[in-house]
Design a protein around this ligand. Sequence first.
Ligand SMILES: [Zn+2]
Length: 411
Amino acid sequence: MPTTPASCETLWTHAQLATMREDGNAYGMVNDGAVAINDGEICWLGPSADVPDWVSESAREIVDCRGQLVTPGLIDCHTHLVYGGDRVNEFEQRLKGASYEEIARAGGGIKATVNATREGTAESLYAAARSRLHSLMEEGVTTIEIKSGYGLNTDTEIKMLEVARELGDKNPVDIVTTFLGAHATPPEYAGREDEYIDYLCDETLPLIASLGLADQVDAFCERIAFSTQQVTKIFSVAQRLGLPLKLHAEQLSDSKGALRAANMGALSVDHLEYLAPEDVPVLKAHGTAAVLLPGAFYFLRETKLPPIDALREAGVPMAIASDSNPGSSPVGSLLLMLSMASRYFQLTPEECLAGVTLNAAKALGLDTQAGSLEVGKLANLVLWNITNPAELSYGIGYNPCRKVMYRGSVR
Ligand SMILES: [Zn+2]
């Protein structure tokens, strides 16, 4: 139990507190609730009528939320925010009728992003990613995961992760970095995928780990990317280095990557349109979260749905993320993902909000410190201009975010 401090800095009162703690109430709701903050953490929480004297007498700032909604800071647990260039010309060419092959032959696709990322300076990558970051932050996002994976060589993967770290150092937001060297095979290793995996295992990943640049390790397991055997190889190195795992799995086919990742104790498996319902209990058994990415589902005009009913019945934590990337999910709004998750995947508004708070924290291994409003957790809070949390999934293109507190300070 955290010790009760003798004083608090800030008190928010008269709020509809959607705590998202798992207490049996929908949204963990506290009607007419109050939350007290001290030293960047929540030090008291409960009904406004029960605020203890030590809180009300010591609070230096009291904010009357006038009955409006307060939620935990939102968490975007799967993004590719740092990259060079864009793919807007390719988007336009495709809509004019060009085929994937024609675009690939003209140097498009992921190859274009890899080239632009290799050529980009750290400064230019930072500036482009910062504007995408701010668009997410304006909707109350206080934690964002950012992957490498457009460098595909040691120097550029390091450059991407350094830019991601710098975004966290210079902006009021927590950044979780993920090494995704096994995202695609770079042109210089074409046809030699095993050699590329050996290069990542022997050189790139150990160096990145020694520099402390990655908090976790991801890979893309798919017919067009890497096999479960290749993924297992890089995951084994990650485990030796003490780095948690996650996997892009079952996006285009059922290659049993999610099963392998869960059996290796992965924090999350992501995409999952082709996950077999009978494999879902393995995710539950290993505490692996399912990260759903409705932006990519939408942008690629996918029609195969992830096995939502099986995930729900098994009690697998379902997270929702933007998958913000130039090729398959050029998304700058996490709230739009709630709308898409509710309409395409039939998630309830409560499941949608849990997907970008507590369950997103679980997908990042951060649920002991973030993702819900509870005493002892980080004071990451959003005050919204609405009263009903279902409005966050219902509205399309609105941003009702009024005030964001990050680690105890309003930003
Ligand atoms: Zn992704």
